[in-house]
Design a protein around this ligand. Structure first.
Ligand code: PEP
Ligand code: MN
Length: 333
């Protein structure tokens, strides 16, 4: 249950109420909120006088629920680039899987900037399946991304893999990405709840929608309201494609949650050949963002080589999207 409290509640009363009800306390738009377990359906009489408004909830999808906030939350991804709210923008996030070298990220930044794209992605701490493959450039990569931000005015999307570098990623990124394998890392989720930057939370490939949105609740209940949900494919019995892009799940997220939704067909497909068609299917759903991996020379990419688009293929795809976003009442940004 979400409770909006009267502003005159004393700190001691607030502490007592939060402890008794086992509630998270946060501030939202100048109001103090308590979020109790959803099993609580009525406010105990002893606390009733502190409550200005109450929202009983069906499940622990609470702050992210559309029954609490009926509109998609507005999030500013780069200066003046908003998604959610009344904006109906589909924001493009593009760049390589990993930052590999100055030459590679410089070529990528110049390319996406040349197309008018504002959001550059690239991982510096890669959650690889094998310890013997490229693990990312780490801090050096973050510094290269910061240079690209300064040179091209791009906002940087980069991922945090684990607790060892969470502070560095938070310091350098404009949008902090939490990867699929880190979706259950509660240290990362809670730390991202304390910051005031947008967080792109990717769905774990073995996670239900309930688990995915509850992971977002850890960030929201920490007080960070800028959370984007990213569907990037789930593991099914199918092995011909890398994962299965759960577009039914996207419909669910749009219907029942108030968080902007970003789609990542690159990781879902795992192969170049399907990415453009899938990307068009994604934007046809009316979504807040699209994430596509592109690399100056995918054949030599050090991670996710099979799925990254070269620049001509990316550009052709990108130019095909605007009419589709328009047809569903969105604008590609
Ligand atoms: C990525 O974005 O490069 C990545 C590692 O994605 P995911 O966490 O979805 O596998
Ligand atoms: Mn990747």
């Amino acid at each position: 249950m979400i409770l909006h409290l009267h502003p005159d509640i004393a700190p001691a009363q607030l502490d007592d109420m939060a402890r008794t009800l086992r509630a998270a306390v946060l501030q939202s738009a100048g109001t103090t909120l308590l979020v109790t377990p959803s099993a609580l359906k009525t406010v105990p009489a002893a606390f009733a006088s502190y409550v200005a408004a109450q929202y009983p909830m069906d499940s622990d999808i609470q702050l992210a629920s559309r029954s609490y906030l009926p509109q998609t939350r507005a999030v500013e991804l780069a200066p003046g680039l908003w998604v959610g709210g009344d904006h109906r923008h589909t924001a493009m996030i593009a760049g390589p899987c990993s930052v590999e070298s100055r030459t590679q990220i410089e070529a990528s930044a110049a390319f996406v900037h040349g197309l008018g794209i504002r959001l550059l992605r690239g991982g510096c701490y890669k959650p690889r399946t094998s310890p013997y493959t490229f693990q990312g450039l780490g801090r050096e990569g973050l510094e290269l991304l910061a240079e690209m931000r300064d040179r091209y005015g791009l906002a940087i999307v980069t991922e945090v893999r684990d607790a060892t570098h969470v502070e560095d990623v938070i310091a350098y990124a404009d949008i902090v990405q939490i990867g699929a394998k880190a979706m259950y890392d509660h240290g990362i989720l809670r730390r991202c709840g304390e910051i005031r930057k947008p967080v792109l939370l990717k769905r774990g490939f073995g996670s239900t929608l309930q688990e995915f949105v509850q992971a977002a609740e850890f960030i929201l209940s920490g007080g960070n309201e800028q959370v984007l949900l990213c569907e990037r494919g789930i593991r099914t019995f199918e092995t011909k494609t890398r994962f299965t892009l759960d577009l039914c799940g996207v419909a669910y997220l749009k219907e029942y949650t108030n968080l902007p939704v970003v789609l990542d067909p690159s990781h879902a497909m795992g192969y170049r050949y399907g990415v453009a068609d899938l990307a068009r299917a994604c934007v046809a759903m009316g979504v807040d963002g699209l994430l596509i991996e592109t690399h100056p020379d995918p054949a030599v990419a050090q991670s996710d080589a099979a799925q990254q688009l070269d620049f001509p293929a990316f550009e052709a795809l990108y130019r095909s999207l605007a009419p589709i976003t328009q047809a569903v009442g969105y604008q590609l940004t």
